[in-house]
Design a protein around this ligand. Structure first.
Ligand code: ZN
Ligand code: ZN
Length: 596
């Protein structure tokens, strides 16, 4: 007889986290119970709790369908009504192997357990191998819903059989579950991958490679607008733009320390003529070479070297997603070479002001500043130089306080060579991600033996501030797509206006109207297809074009257009010259709202 291990849990007394974990894991048992009723030959994998619910892996005689999920969910609800208690029992490993002899994955799990007793859990007529951690009975599992089916390799290894994973969402109350479903729907609606495809902004091809973004003309237009704007802002602020190679000798990154600290995230080495070359993972060493090209005087500092530089990082294939996590990216990068700590403070302050200005113009609000510190205990991950770290950290804290930005501190988040300020954004998926950073660096100047001639005529070591502002173009455009749900403000919209002739005889006038807009460098086009007017308007709305100018006999006569605004607003007939002027101004002002 198995030994019964019964104990009542007072769920109310547990921390919410643990209570939820128990509910979620218990629900996975109920899912497995339902599954073996649907497929008596189902082979069972494992069923753990996860952040938003639970899953269970199965090998089944056929692929599951959405109808199966509905059936399984109904069957689970029946089990919930039955309030079946979860009973733990201990049996010997030998007994378990006998009992689970037809279940290869369970046998695999058992093979890793030492001799002795193993535990099982039974509710209703269903038994599973299990270490425990349940609610008292099935009536206590909370509000749940089966959400999706996915493929998953046994133990996450491609060498193992592929199983079908059924996911469920589970929360304590129906209200919390509804809130979660609402968030999911919102995330789906805003998902940059879906919108990017619909608006033909970018594409990812298997034959090009995962994380290697192909920017289509529409996406490249948004990218170009952002880059021109940033370059203009930087020129005003005294940045010097440079162009440096994507490929350098490996030795450059050995010297910088990237090779030591970072080579696992780099593309493999290329060998030719007895030399080793690598794709650059960061632009810092390239900009350091720009500074080192000649001996500078203190009068030239701070020297702000900027570039939209390409970086190449071997992100794990499981982590590459859409445009937000890619392997080749273009960063709005700059390295500011400062003479002393006073200059560093002023420059970091300037960068923070620039960030506030840029994010304000883009209408971004969902972000906060993080002061990211090193970890003096971790000599592997970080350069071992405690006084240097203290100096950098104190300095950044001082500037943040001076500028008066709210921030929080986080240990063990620094770059390997120094502390940094990170701009943390909340994505549509509800995840906080680092968009850009400002770093103070006493390390590279030393590493590269950088010098400048001081006021005293002596050689001194500069300090470098590394900074991004609008991040990589890939991440920023992904963020903007989600922020705007594809409804870009006029200045960024790939097509700014579509002129729609009512009949073929109006095409000529439509071309004139478009030419008038183009004369103001507005991106206007004529939809001369043989479609009905309403279909063309609907099409332009789907493509999220800000303005539609409908033209017929009356408009041609009056040199006007009937103006419609993305999202439904109908302004009525307006002289074309006025439309052009108004749109030009709206674009130049980088207005976040359209003609109301
Ligand atoms: Zn269990
Ligand atoms: Zn850098």
């Amino acid at each position: 007889m198995p030994e019964q291990l019964e104990s009542h849990v007072d769920l109310g007394s547990l921390p919410k986290e643990e209570r939820l974990a128990r509910m979620r894991h218990s629900a996975a048992h109920v899912l497995a119970e339902a599954m073996v009723e649907l497929f008596p030959d189902a082979e069972l994998g494992i069923g753990p709790p996860i952040d938003t619910g639970f899953y269970y892996d199965f090998r089944l005689p056929r692929s599951l369908t959405p109808d199966d999920l509905t059936w399984l969910e109904d069957r689970m609800r029946k089990s919930v009504k039955g309030k079946h208690p979860y009973r733990m029992a201990a049996i010997t490993k030998a007994e378990a192997e006998q009992q689970w002899k037809d279940q290869p994955f369970k046998l695999d799990l058992l093979s890793e357990i030492e001799e002795g007793n193993v535990t099982q859990c039974t509710h209703a007529a269903f038994t599973d191998l299990c270490r425990g951690g349940h609610v008292n009975h099935t009536g206590e599992i909370g509000a749940f819903k089966l959400t999706s089916i996915a493929g998953a390799y046994w133990r996450g290894s491609e060498r193992n059989p592929q199983l079908q994973r059924v996911y469920g969402a589970l929360f304590e109350t129906p209200e919390e579950l509804a809130e979660y479903e609402h968030q999911l729907e919102e995330a789906r609606r805003r998902d940059h991958r879906r919108i990017g495809k619909e608006m033909k902004l970018f594409e990812l091809f298997d034959e090009v490679g995962p994380g290697h973004v192909v920017w289509l003309p529409n996406g490249a237009t948004i990218r170009r607008e952002l880059m021109r704007w940033m370059e203009d802002l930087e020129i005003e602020l005294g940045y010097l733009h440079v162009v440096t190679p994507n490929v350098s000798k490996r030795q450059l990154y050995v010297k910088s320390g990237h090779w030591d600290h970072f080579h696992e995230s780099m593309y493999p080495v290329m060998e030719r003529d007895d030399e080793e070359y690598v794709l650059r993972p960061m632009n810092c060493p390239s900009h350091i070479m720009v500074f080192a090209a000649e001996l500078h005087s203190y009068r030239e500092l701070p020297m702000r070297i900027a570039e939209f530089g390409n970086m190449h990082r071997w992100e794990k294939s499981g982590q590459v997603t859409g445009m937000s996590r890619v392997r080749i990216m273009t960063l709005n990068d700059a390295h500011i070479f400062c003479a002393d700590v006073e200059q560093v403070e002023a420059e970091v302050e300037g960068v923070l002001h620039l960030m506030e200005k840029v994010y304000g113009t883009l209408g971004l609000k969902n972000y906060r500043y993080r002061l990211s510190l090193g970890d003096p205990e971790n000599k592997e991950k970080y350069v071992d130089n405690p006084p240097m770290w203290e100096r950098g950290e104190a300095l950044l804290r001082r500037v943040l306080n001076k500028v008066g930005l709210e921030y929080f501190e986080a240990k063990d988040e620094a770059a390997f060579y120094g502390p940094k300020i990170d701009v943390q954004f909340m994505t549509a998926q509800g995840k906080e991600e680092t968009l850009v950073t400002v770093q103070v660096d006493f390390h590279f100047p030393h590493q590269f033996g950088l010098e400048y001639v001081g006021e005293d005529g002596e050689r001194h070591e500069p300090i470098i501030v590394h900074r991004g502002v609008i991040s990589t173009m890939e991440r920023m455009v992904a963020l903007l797509i989600e922020e705007y749900e594809g409804n870009f403000p006029l200045w960024l919209a790939p097509q700014q206006a579509v002129v729609i002739p009512i009949a073929d005889r109006h095409i000529e006038y439509a071309n004139e109207v478009a030419a008038q807009l183009k004369a103001h460098r507005l991106r206007a086009e004529v939809d001369a297809r043989g479609e009905r007017m309403n279909a063309k308007i609907r099409d332009a709305q789907l493509r999220k074009v800000p303005y539609m100018l409908v033209v017929g006999d009356r408009e041609a006569e009056a040199k006007s257009a009937s103006l419609r605004v993305r999202g439904g607003g109908d302004v009525g007939a307006v002289p074309v010259a006025d439309i052009a002027e108004r749109l030009r101004k709206e674009r130049d002002d980088k207005s976040l709202t359209l003609w109301a």
